[in-house]
Design a protein around this ligand. Structure first.
Ligand code: FE2
Length: 196
């Protein structure tokens, strides 16, 4: 099968001014589309054509000769999650089930917020910060470039893109401000909880 760009669940101007229409146009319409085009091109004559995306990611992550497939497959998965993790007028109150897990692990929501934002700030260069469930416990992590916990068979429930293409038009070099706004104004907590 070939992979396709998913539609956004909101209009491209609906996250403004936290994330501008121009950023979404480029990020969703150009960057994500390019990952998909390259992935489809890489796998068209291989046995990966009929494999689920997660299996392609795990398999290609183990072979340095497959780095082109891995990078584009993983970025396709990462962006699919990222678009779903945001909504207009997002942020705010975390639903009770997820809030309970957060308090169990981090003590309170503010400590969790700081740790998640700090993971994104301290990711050197391009990459991602994540909230995952590993062995029944919440876990915050960060990864460089296209990598994600999926390559280790762990599925994140929340991800934030800290590549410059995700924030530079709106925040210039202020990655911490982008991460704070993402957390406070964009996260679709109902979606994040639905991934548990
Ligand atoms: Fe991105």
């Amino acid at each position: 099968m070939t992979f396709h760009l998913p539609n956004l669940d909101y209009r491209k101007d609906a996250l403004s001014p936290i994330m501008s229409e121009e950023t979404l146009d480029l990020h969703h319409g150009k960057h994500h589309q390019t990952y998909i085009n390259k992935l489809n091109d890489f796998i068209k004559d291989t046995d990966m054509l009929n494999m689920p995306l997660e299996d392609i990611i795990v398999k290609s992550s183990k072979e340095t000769t497959m780095s082109g497939i891995f990078n584009n497959a993983s970025q396709h998965w990462n962006h699919n999650l990222f678009w779903k993790c945001m909504k207009p007028n997002g942020g705010g109150k975390i639903p009770p089930k997820l809030e309970g897990l957060i308090k169990n692990k981090f003590g309170n929501v503010e400590k969790f917020r700081q740790e998640f934002i700090n993971a994104g700030i301290t990711q050197f260069g391009s990459g991602w910060c994540w909230l995952s469930i590993n062995n029944g416990e919440l876990e915050i992590s960060k990864t460089p470039n296209a990598e994600s916990p999926v390559m280790n068979n762990i599925k994140p429930i929340l991800g934030c893109d800290v590549w410059e293409h995700s924030y530079y038009l709106d925040y210039k070099n202020k990655r911490p401000e982008y991460l704070e706004k993402f957390f406070d104004k964009l996260i679709n907590w109902e979606f994040v909880e639905s991934n548990i």
